[in-house]
Write a protein that binds this ligand. Structure first.
Ligand code: ZN
Length: 105
């Protein structure tokens, strides 16, 4: 779970538990704005080339590891020091080669 998602869930839980406290709801809204500004609210705009925190291109990424249909790679921004995990999802395959009939018994 990434930090932005964690913030979202914590805020949702806080709102459910304290729905009668206007002040706390307002505090949650402020924290949410800060979180959105800090972590970004639009994963669709993430291009894998820029730091999601400072937008710098000096990113160091580990080899992609995979399990089943998902993959991940630990990333570090060499500019601001932010760390995150890039996610990958298998979207298909190419270059299928069928065995020759003689190889199949
Ligand atoms: Zn950065």
């Amino acid at each position: 779970m990434d930090n932005a998602r964690a913030f979202e869930l914590v805020l949702k839980l806080a709102r459910m538990q304290v729905h009668q406290s206007e002040e706390l709801i307002e505090a949650c809204n402020i924290v949410e704005d800060i979180a959105v500004n800090h972590f970004g609210d639009d994963e669709d705009s993430y291009d894998g080339l820029h730091c999601p925190n400072c937008n710098d291109e000096h990113i160091e990424a580990d080899r992609i590891e995979a399990d089943g249909n998902i993959g991940w790679s630990n990333c570090t921004c060499l500019s601001c020091g932010a760390e995150w995990v890039d996610r990958y999802v298998l979207d298909g395959f190419t270059s299928l080669t069928l065995p020759k009939l003689a190889d199949v018994e």
